[in-house]
Design a binder for this molecule. Structure first.
Ligand code: AMP
Ligand code: MG
Length: 488
């Protein structure tokens, strides 16, 4: 099997290390459709060899064989500092099915494991599984999760836990770090091959451009600018936006200590190891831009094939400057939709920002506030708006609702139609940390039913699903103070 996006000197042939007595922990029928995997009546693969395949215990099933699994090398910037060579230290790429790369995370040591054990724990694998599928259902580009397979194999983190393997799917797992790796090694031949293959496989329209590498760079920036705007609009915090965790396809990848906002805090930090708040909610756009600048540096030698180095830098700098424009436009469009606005009017940005500020000041639940906003009527006076009860500064929020209702009236907004539109963009259900943790607690006692229930709810985040209304509740006070371990 060929992995055209990577040259031989960037791959390490390595077989997964088996785990004892694997069992199904979670399975996504929706992700299974991506690779046309036949399922039985129990919604698991018909061919039982798939359990062993996804555990890393075999490389063949009835219909597939993966004779050449690999780990890839990449480099990158971690927390703003050049970290040198990294690589797939515990993720092993089995091969490709139906245009999707199948990767096993936690499948054992590779050449790039450094001091790590090559494993992932059950807890972090469940979190990655649920969040990948939840993000997809929210319409946010992401790698997918096919399954989590568990084992009683002990794994040491802060405490002893057990091992699991998360089977992930994506059209490509290539990261900025892959480009940085070749650029830092001055391996221009491989750098060029990587860019050529990326264009051929995923950015065909860039090849018609007079400067395909510049166009490739521009399009990667556009995708990631839109991606980060989408994160902001659902209150998602990635947690570790290192350049080795940024996809060149503009997908959300490498779920670790991520968190969805419950109470809105503009400077919310979901990663407890991130004391300086580099990856806080409000910094994500600027950090993504910083990562695109890392990619721009890696692209200089490509542009310099046809231009002087100075020209190369200027061209890439111009393309990079589009990031802020695309991000800003997308952010505004998404938040306008969240408010149910159809037209663009002066003062809209101010209206959005004033709401966010009031939510921050009163620590209002991000998801439930936006969801509730669709019940505001153009005929309301501010006193009718029940949502005002969530805010401490009533005067400020009354002024805001009064301006909002006036703004809706200014475009002759129709209550029924607007509610329908708003409820299709403001999710009712997100993967709140406490929900994930409850499912994990049960799974650690070998009860996997809560993962399945949660997955079902999160697969339809915009539907009311009355029987699951409890999943829309913010964390109770005792859950708010629970620190979720970030080790994985
Ligand atoms: P992450 O923070 O998960 O994106 O990982 C950063 C780097 O550390 C990547 O190169 C991973 O492959 C590697 N890594 C993380 N955990 C482990 C582990 N348990 N064993 C081996 N490598 C790991
Ligand atoms: Mg990573």
């Amino acid at each position: 099997m060929a992995f055209p996006l990577l040259g031989d000197d960037a791959t390490h042939a390595v077989k997964p290390t088996p785990i004892p007595d694997p069992y199904w922990v979670a399975f996504s029928t929706s992700a299974a459709k991506l690779i046309d995997l036949p399922l039985g009546s129990n919604d698991l693969p018909k061919d039982s060899a798939w359990l062993d395949l996804l555990a890393g215990n075999t490389l063949v099933t009835d219909a597939h064989s993966f004779p050449n699994p690999i780990a890839t090398v990449y480099s990158g910037h971690q927390f703003g500092v050049w970290a040198g060579q990294l690589g797939d230290g515990r993720a092993i790429l089995l091969g490709e099915i139906s245009g999707q790369e199948l990767q096993l995370k936690g499948a054992g040591k590779t050449r790039y494991s450094r001091m790590g054990d090559g494993r992932a724990v059950l807890r972090s694998s469940i979190r990655e599984f649920l969040c990948s599928e939840a993000m997809h259902a929210l319409g946010i580009p992401t790698s997918r999760a096919l399954a989590v397979v568990g084992s009683d194999l002990p794994v040491r983190r802060e405490t002893m836990e057990t091992a699991a393997v998360c089977a992930r799917l994506a059209p490509s797992f290539i990261r900025i770090g892959h480009f940085e790796h070749y650029a830092s090694n001055n391996n221009i031949v491989r750098l060029q091959e990587l860019a050529d293959e990326l264009i051929k496989g995923h950015y065909q329209n860039a090849s018609d451009h007079k400067n395909p590498y510049l166009e490739l760079f521009r399009q990667i920036c556009v995708r990631n600018a839109k991606l980060v705007a989408q994160w902001q609009a659902v209150g998602f915090c990635h947690g570790v936006l290192n350049s080795d965790n940024i996809s060149v396809l503009g997908l959300t990848i490498d779920y670790g200590p991520f968190g969805f906002l419950d109470q809105f805090q503009i400077d919310f930090i979901c990663n407890h190891s991130d004391q300086a708040g580099r990856y806080a909610y409000h910094r994500q756009p600027q950090i993504m831009h910083w990562n695109m600048a890392c990619l721009a540096s890696a692209f200089i030698p490509l542009l310099a094939l046809e231009h002087s180095e100075d020209e190369a830098q200027t061209l890439l700098g111009e393309a990079l400057s589009e990031f802020a424009v695309i991000y800003g436009q997308t952010w505004q469009a998404l938040f306008r939709e969240k408010l149910g606005l159809l037209t663009t009017q002066e003062g809209d940005t101010d209206l959005i920002e004033r709401l966010l500020q009031a939510m921050h000041d009163s620590k209002v639940d991000f998801t439930n506030l936006f969801r509730g906003l669709s019940s505001v009527s153009v005929r309301n006076t501010t006193q009718d708006v029940i949502l005002r009860d969530h805010f401490i500064d009533r005067q400020a929020i009354d002024q805001w609702f009064s301006d909002y209702i006036a703004r809706l009236n200014a475009e002759s907004s129709d209550d029924t139609e607007r509610k329908k539109r708003m409820d299709s963009v403001n999710p009712k259900y997100i993967l709140r940390n406490y929900l994930a943790q409850k499912a994990i607690d049960k799974a650690q006692a070998k009860d996997f039913s809560e993962i399945a229930s949660l997955l079902k709810v999160l697969e339809n985040p915009f539907a009311e699903q009355d029987q699951y209304a409890a999943y829309a509740l913010p964390p109770s006070p005792d859950w708010q103070s629970v620190e979720i371990s970030c080790s994985s």
